[in-house]
Design a binder for this molecule. Structure first.
Ligand code: URP
Ligand code: ZN
Ligand code: ZN
Length: 444
């Protein structure tokens, strides 16, 4: 298939310039001022007045995640459809083995589960224990193309691991040439606070953020950085939500340590006032770490602008209200997570670029380039260059939408961004050189 995208403003991390793009055999084959005389073009897209972005790379999604409240409500088909609708062509999800199960068996199972995905799909693998075979399994995963291993400092009863195990994982991962990614919250302290609230009968979602104050995140960030420093392991900290965490991350980066950070649209745009109201109003916002204060939002925006934070992922993990209702009498039982895979680009474009908090080139770095580089997907992904995969978004800056669970593609009966206006939307999304609108399974 040969497609000519004409007269768009091509945006990469380095520049924005008007050009034509020729797509052939799934790749970007030419970029030029006015490409003429090309034979065999099957489709021409007029992109004048539009931006061309590299397809979005969302480094943090949980499709079809098993929890005591059932699976997260988007499976790989519905979640990837929502991702594409918003301009994300690549998602990185997680492999979480059962304790006792090998990383390789769990990886193979998860790859099979993701076969319905309409986007490109890659994985982080989570060692949830240390067994005699774990080191070799980590090396085997890397041979199979895995570049990142996730550890949880929280959730000690399920996937969380001790500091001793974390150090072993970090050592093996660094020797294997990969990176550790970390959910940083102090699991034991949080568990104690949650239980104290519950014992006092304080069981509504209002107490969720109070049981996970910012220091429980920032102390865990500090501890993860210390362990990474001792083991020489590159570290990526997921869903950073608080101002306090940023100071430890900045300090490590200033020392030249390979420490990277991610935040999510919910932490940039929503605050803890969302926990005031009825159960139905507040339960959809229960996620971990919880929503913080407006001062944290401002600090996160500054960290995007000054490069302390490299990526914006979504931590997409939606649940139906009926699933959240499992914790109606006890906030500890509410499944944690919110959706957003569809809205990442539009939210960051509207509230980042248009509000002049970040440039268009930073937008591309934060939504695509940096994640591709950190997780070993570049130079095929994350940029627009001759020879790169033709994962492209033709972005119409004149379009406007109001986010609603009534109209979104995500499979969920609530949306934490309900009622928020966005500007900009993909007119076309190409994945591997194919225009996605025409792909089976994708309905606009
Ligand atoms: O509350 C959240 N973030 N749920 C998804 C799983 C995780 O912790 O990343
Ligand atoms: Zn997490
Ligand atoms: Zn997550």
């Amino acid at each position: 298939m040969k497609i000519l995208i004409k007269s768009g403003i091509v945006v990469t991390q380095y520049e924005s310039r008007q050009a034509d793009i020729l797509v052939h055999n799934g790749l970007v084959s030419q970029i030029g001022d006015q490409l003429t005389g090309v034979a065999g073009i099957e489709e021409i897209i007029d992109a004048s007045g539009k931006y061309i972005f590299p397809g979005g790379v969302d480094p943090h999604v949980h499709m079809h995640l098993p929890t005591p409240a059932g699976y997260s409500s988007d499976d790989f088909l519905s979640g990837s459809r929502a991702a594409l609708a918003g301009g994300t062509t690549t998602m990185i999800d997680f492999v979480t083995p059962r304790r006792g199960q090998s990383l390789i068996e769990a990886l193979e199972q998860r790859i099979a589960e993701s076969s319905a995905a309409l986007t490109n799909c890659y994985f982080h693998v989570s060692p949830v224990e240390w067994r005699s075979s774990t080191r070799l399994e980590i090396f085997d995963c890397v041979r199979r193309g895995i570049r990142s291993f996730k550890i949880y400092l929280a959730y000690k009863n399920t996937v969380g691991i001790s500091d001793e195990t974390i150090m072993k994982v970090m050592k093996a991962v660094s020797e294997a040439g990969a990176i550790v990614i970390a959910h940083c919250e102090m699991g034991d302290e949080i568990e104690e606070m949650r239980n104290e609230f519950a014992q006092e009968g304080l069981t509504s979602p209002f107490y969720h953020p109070l049981s996970r104050p910012p220091y429980t995140e920032s102390n865990a960030v500090k501890s993860a950085i210390d362990m990474a420093t001792q083991t020489g392991c590159p570290l990526y900290i997921v869903h950073v939500s608080s101002l306090e965490s940023l100071s430890y991350i900045r300090e490590a980066q200033q020392k030249g340590l390979p420490v990277y950070a991610e935040t999510c649209p919910q932490y940039l745009l929503l605050d803890d006032s969302k926990y005031e109201g009825t159960f139905e109003q507040t339960a959809p916002f229960v996620l971990s770490p919880p929503l913080r204060k407006q001062s944290d939002q401002q600090a996160l925006w500054s960290a995007l602008a000054d490069g302390t934070i490299q990526t914006v992922g979504t931590d997409h993990c939606p649940f139906m209200l009926s699933q959240k209702a499992l914790g109606e009498d006890d906030f500890r039982k509410i499944p944690n997570g919110v959706g957003g895979v569809e809205h990442r680009l539009a939210l960051l474009y509207t509230y980042g670029v248009l509000q002049k908090r970040i440039t268009l080139n930073q937008f591309v770095k934060l939504t695509s380039t940096n994640a591709a580089e950190i997780f070993g997907l570049s130079p095929s992904k994350g940029t627009i260059a001759i020879g790169a995969d033709a994962d492209l978004v033709v972005w119409n800056p004149h379009a406007a939408d109001i986010i609603s669970s009534k109209t979104h593609h995500q499979h969920c009966d609530t949306n934490v961004f309900e009622g928020i206006t966005t500007h900009g939307r993909p007119d076309y999304v190409l994945k591997g050189g194919n225009i996605i609108r025409n792909s089976p399974g994708f309905q606009q």
